[in-house]
Write a protein that binds this ligand. Structure first.
Ligand code: AMP
Length: 291
């Protein structure tokens, strides 16, 4: 497995693969790898011949500086896990390599900036202004450098996948997107790099997946009022001591809020356990437990 830190070298390495007719698959991550990230490697394998993982903690998508600073980092460990998972190339550039004019040039609108579309406005976008602009900006840079044929994103970040799909569609990017299902701990908690930062008591965070399952059951039993389901979810999570940022039922693709359940809808939740912000989501199907 190659580990490359510069744009010039990674372009060269991937051009060689392309010259051999290989289809390049991309797994974008911010590092602090866990089973959720590694599942993306397995999900993309059938769609490509060569797997490139990017490991880059993108300062532009952190609206809170403290969150960026606290975010777990361990490149040596990540490289070992990527190798075991069968990644062919890790691209782990420095911040300077990706933003040679400095992150300030972006903030001060001196550099070109890519902005996210309307799918970025609600949900996490409402609580984290600028977050999705930072995401689509860095995704555009990496797609330009690496020119993947296919890239995989996890449904754990449900809004992110739809925002990136909109980026690809609206800007006519020639990249196929693959979506990979959420990987959870045994108790149901969705795996996240931020779980490392959780306070000792795991019972609170578990209330999120429990509330999502309860919501799925309510919809399955015919409850069609989004407000009623959302209220139940909110109170289940709050009674476990977490602070709910949002619990919203939305259209599965456009992410527009729904007041009445449609045939299918997506419930998305963000909640704080202490300082740690957790997100999760589930598909709801009116009148059925099946998707
Ligand atoms: P991150 O490093 O948090 O930016 O995540 C990188 C990619 O891994 C994103 O596409 C995430 O959606 C995906 N991912 C993170 N956690 C999980 C999980 N528990 N299950 C599936 N995919 C995940």
């Amino acid at each position: 497995m190659l580990v490359i830190k510069t744009e010039e070298e990674v372009r060269h390495a991937l051009n060689e693969q392309r010259a051999e007719g290989k289809r390049i698959g991309l797994v974008p991550t911010m590092g602090a790898l866990h089973e959720g990230h590694l599942s993306l490697v397995h999900a993309i394998r059938p769609h490509c011949d060569y797997v490139c993982m990017w490991i880059f903690l993108n300062p532009l998508q952190f609206n809170a500086k403290a969150d960026y600073e606290k975010y777990p980092r361990n490149l040596d460990r990540d490289v070992g896990l990527a190798r075991e998972a069968g990644v062919d190339l890790v691209f782990a550039p420095s911040v300077e390599e990706i933003y040679p004019r400095g992150v300030e040039a972006y903030d001060q609108q001196k550099s070109c900036r890519v902005s996210a579309g309307d799918r970025s406005l609600g949900l996490c976008g409402a609580g984290r202004p600028g977050h999705f602009d930072g995401v689509v900006h860095v995704v555009t840079i990496f797609f330009n450098i690496l020119q993947p044929d296919v890239a995989v994103f996890g449904e754990k970040d449900y809004q992110q996948v739809r925002v990136i799909q909109q980026l690809v569609d609206d800007l006519h990017m020639n990249v196929e997107l693959v979506r990979a299902p959420i990987i959870r701990e045994e108790g149901g908690l969705a795996l996240s790099s931020r779980n490392e930062l959780l306070p000792g008591d795991a019972a609170g965070p578990l209330s999120i997946s429990r509330a999502l399952i309860r919501a799925r059951q309510l919809a399955a039993s015919g409850e069609s009022s989004a407000a009623k389901i959302q209220d139940e979810v909110r109170s289940e999570i709050e009674s476990a001591g977490l602070r709910v940022e949002y619990a919203e039922i939305v259209d599965t693709e456009t992410l527009q809020p729904l007041s009445q359940m449609e045939d299918r809808a997506q419930l998305l939740v963000a909640a704080f356990a202490g300082e740690v912000r957790l997100i999760d989501n589930i598909r709801l199907v009116l009148g059925s437990e099946l998707e």
